[in-house]
Design a protein around this ligand. Structure first.
Ligand SMILES: C[S@@+](CC[C@H](N)C(=O)[O-])C[C@H]1O[C@@H](n2cnc3c(N)ncnc32)[C@H](O)[C@@H]1O
Length: 108
């Protein structure tokens, strides 16, 4: 169902998971055929937990430290950009959403 929601067809895609935390959703995405996942979060201890859980489950997920309001990626770097349970914390969602759109290949 996740794959259908994201419009994934099984062809290779690079997916960015913003605010990945311990990587619950990143690991679900990594199970989908053809999906290469990068997870980004501000919190290094959570990223370390994500790396360990991902290693235990045998996923090749790249976890990096970064801020959704200033994503450390070039324009159009990802085919799909997600944010699960993060945007809710921003009173003004314009900056995080514009950063997500900037790194999304569909609009570059
Ligand atoms: C509720 S958790 C998200 C859970 C996660 N999506 C998952 O799959 O398990 C929210 C996360 O957003 C992160 N976060 C908060 N502000 C952030 C920011 N400005 N940039 C990136 N991550 C941020 C927090 O560190 C936390 O891990």
């Amino acid at each position: 169902m996740l794959g259908e929601l994201l419009g994934l067809t099984g062809k290779p895609v690079d997916l960015l998971a913003c605010g990945c935390g311990t990587g619950f959703f990143s690991r679900q995405y990594a199970r989908l055929p053809g999906v290469s996942v990068t997870g980004i979060d501000l919190d290094e201890p959570l990223l370390n937990a994500a790396r360990e859980l991902s290693r235990q489950e045998g996923h090749l997920i790249q976890f990096e430290r970064g801020d959704i309001t200033d994503l450390p990626f070039q324009d159009g770097s990802f085919d799909t950009v997600t944010s699960d349970i993060l945007l809710e914390i921003f009173p003004d969602k314009l900056l995080p959403i514009s950063e997500m759109v900037r790194v999304w290949s569909l609009v570059s």
